[in-house]
Design a protein around this ligand. Structure first.
Ligand code: DQA
Length: 146
């Protein structure tokens, strides 16, 4: 089983950016957490991060026939990107949306996600634990579909 983890703009700055919302762990720490679980579950996991919407659309499109599941935090593009939404819909790969912060307790413009409707589910507000929960949930879902 292969899972792709995609992180969007400014998540390369985790650990130094707005620690109150995003904590002090880095993107590398996040990847190590996911890797630890993927080993336990015997899943093959890959990571992508980009600050560009087009790159993220390309990552999703290239996942077709390559990955069984996607975990995505589109960061600020969550609230604006129809292109990312359409890419997720087009590839028909089960996808879980993750947000480190609770987007519903923050500014109003963060309350709307363009991608939720095309995702299996959304995890928000649980910090980096959200990625760990997402990989476990995706594993369970994909195994039950086989
Ligand atoms: C975020 C929430 C977004 O509103 C914000 O633009 C981000 C990160 C989160 O993980 O909490 O960059 O997706």
């Amino acid at each position: 089983m292969k899972i792709l983890v995609i992180n969007g703009p400014n998540l390369n700055l985790l650990g130094s950016r707005n620690k109150e919302q995003y904590g002090s762990e880095t993107l590398k720490d996040l990847e190590n957490r996911v890797l630890r679980i993927s080993k336990e579950l015997e899943i093959d996991v890959s990571f992508r991060q980009s600050n560009s919407e087009g790159d993220i659309v390309t990552f999703i499109g290239s996942a077709k026939n390559e990955y069984d599941g996607i975990i995505i935090n589109p960061a600020a593009y969550t609230h604006s990107s129809i292109a990312i939404r359409d890419a997720i819909e087009a590839v028909e790969i089960p996808t879980i949306e993750v947000h480190i912060s609770n987007i519903y307790s923050r500014e109003e413009f963060r309350h709307k996600s363009m991608i939720s409707a095309v995702c299996l589910g959304q995890i928000a507000g649980l910090g980096l634990d959200g990625y760990e929960l997402a990989i476990r949930a995706l594993n369970k879902k994909l195994k039950s579909n086989k």
